[in-house]
Design a protein around this ligand. Structure first.
Ligand code: FNR
Length: 459
């Protein structure tokens, strides 16, 4: 037996990853709820693709980079967040835990991440925000010194009953929401076989207070019928953003966009942002994984509006890849529901802890970001400069480029040098302006250039 320090005790913590949370929730939830939460639509192609697609990307890490004091915080919805993750507006959280969205808000507030409140939330938006703020007030007085508190977005479907829709908007704004997530991907409800087989109805005692619907009223019809009666299937780009902008100062994000054309439509309609999302594979089955269309959407945004994304994010590396491909921030839907089922507020806090820890670990491995086409590179580089200085940045290579990728760049963000990148389209050249401070505080500019194949150029 050799001497030395004893080995650490094996951890007793049962939840080390998001798949641990899913397993714990699956064991706890009745099949009607489990299937409602976990399933996608029709043949389950898109829901499977959402998570699988992340495995096509690899991280290209650097070594001997000073990562002490790494900071993963950034801003999203106009607020500083501890890392670029938020809780997606997934409905009926009261089925996962009796505290439902109240527990989610408390956890999000403690962890300093943002939250979307579904129109189909089990609690009223006022109560949800109060719960989040209440927790933060306690923390502030305790002087945690970390990023705490959340921005809130009210998720909205275009509704037939415009008077009710207006009431929801006004209530949300008064309660403290700073954004609307207008879900555009649901002119009709996705084909969800589990709901038909199980005759899914929201359990007794759970209402939709934001929609002004009691549990009894909801249970009178199937989910499909109830949705069809509520939802305005005539909604269009030409009408919806304008309608909202005339009634609120909140930022308008369109949720459910999966192509560049719709990002451009969002810009033309005066929206403030988009959420690249396929509703977690619950709407039109067969649409691509969101991570695979993110780059196209970010390029179409041209930095004019914020691009967020959701769908299949289950690991810190998924967040990292999404940020590298142009997302300002990502949202998680099912992980929140599993976490709630596992342990209410404590469960959601554990989920955020797992994501936060994994994000930090990646940054600490000196991972850096990049994607492969010159145009996308430019876009990603520009949109991620802020992230880079915040410490969370990645380098992402698609499978086909993994072996032969030559391009290395921006070697020392973390050492404090400031760098700017220009793209000279006449010469198809990337120019790096590298500013550093010499000992006597003199600002020195060094320029380097590479062509789009990654070869050094004379400059
Ligand atoms: C959702 N989602 C959703 N989206 C929305 O705009 N309004 C809603 O009411 C709901 N409700 C809802 C319920 C459940 C059970 C799920 C799983 C999802 C979609 C959600 O906001 C988000 O887009 C996805 O959940 C993201 O994908 P992941 O993280 O679940 O893979």
């Amino acid at each position: 037996m050799s001497g030395g320090a004893p080995l650490p005790e094996p951890t007793k913590e049962p939840i080390l990853s998001i798949s641990d949370l899913k397993e714990a929730a699956d064991r706890k939830l009745p099949s009607l709820v489990r299937e409602f939460y976990n399933s996608g639509s029709t043949d389950q192609r898109t829901i499977a693709a959402n998570s699988d697609a992340f495995t096509k990307y690899h991280l290209r890490s650097r070594v001997l980079v000073n990562v002490r004091g790494l900071d993963t915080s950034t801003t999203a919805l106009g607020r500083k967040v501890r890392f670029p993750v938020g809780c997606a507006p997934a409905g009926i959280q009261g089925m996962a835990h009796e505290d439902g969205e109240l527990a989610t808000a408390r956890a999000a507030g403690r962890w300093g991440v943002n939250m979307g409140v579904s129109s189909f939330a089990s609690y009223a938006v006022e109560e949800v925000i109060d719960a989040g703020k209440g927790v933060v007030e306690t923390l502030d007085s305790g002087g945690m010194g970390e990023v705490v508190g959340s921005a809130y977005a009210m998720q909205l479907y275009p509704m037939r009953d415009r008077a009710l829709q207006e009431r929801i908007v006004k209530r949300a704004e008064k309660a403290g929401c700073t954004a609307i997530f207008l879900t555009g991907d649901s002119p009709v409800l996705g084909v969800r076989y589990n709901e038909w087989r199980n005759d899914f109805r929201t359990p007794e005692g759970i209402g939709f207070p934001n929609m002004e619907r009691t549990s009894r009223q909801i249970r009178e019809s199937t989910h499909d019928d109830g949705f069809a009666k509520m939802n305005d299937d005539s909604a269009a780009w030409t009408t919806e953003i304008k309608w909202l902008k005339e009634r609120t100062k909140m930022k308008i994000f369109v949720k459910g966009v999966i192509c560049g054309e719709d990002v451009r439509a969002a810009i033309e309609s005066n929206a403030d942002g988009v959420i690249v999302s396929n509703h977690g594979g619950r709407q039109l089955d067969g649409v691509p994984a969101t991570i695979d269309v993110l780059e196209e959407c970010a390029a179409a945004a041209e930095g004019k509006i914020e691009v967020h994304m959701d769908g299949g994010v289950r690991k810190g590396s998924d967040i990292f890849i999404a940020v590298a491909l142009g997302a300002k921030c990502v949202y998680v839907g099912r992980p929140v529901l599993w976490a709630l089922a596992y342990g209410g507020q404590a469960g959601v806090e554990r989920m955020l802890e797992v994501f936060g820890h994994q994000s930090k670990l990646l940054g600490s491995h000196g991972s850096r970001w990049c994607v492969e086409t010159p145009e996308a590179r430019k876009q990603t580089i520009i949109s991620n400069l802020e992230e880079a200085t915040a410490g969370l940045w990645g380098m992402v290579l698609r499978d086909e480029h993994y072996q032969d990728f030559l391009w290395t760049f921006i070697p020392d963000f973390m050492t404090g040098a400031h760098q700017e990148l220009e793209y000279n389209s006449n010469d198809d050249i990337w120019i790096y302006n590298i500013y550093s401070l010499k000992g006597n505080h003199e600002l020195v500019r060094d320029q380097k250039a590479r062509n789009s194949n990654g070869e050094h150029m004379r400059w």
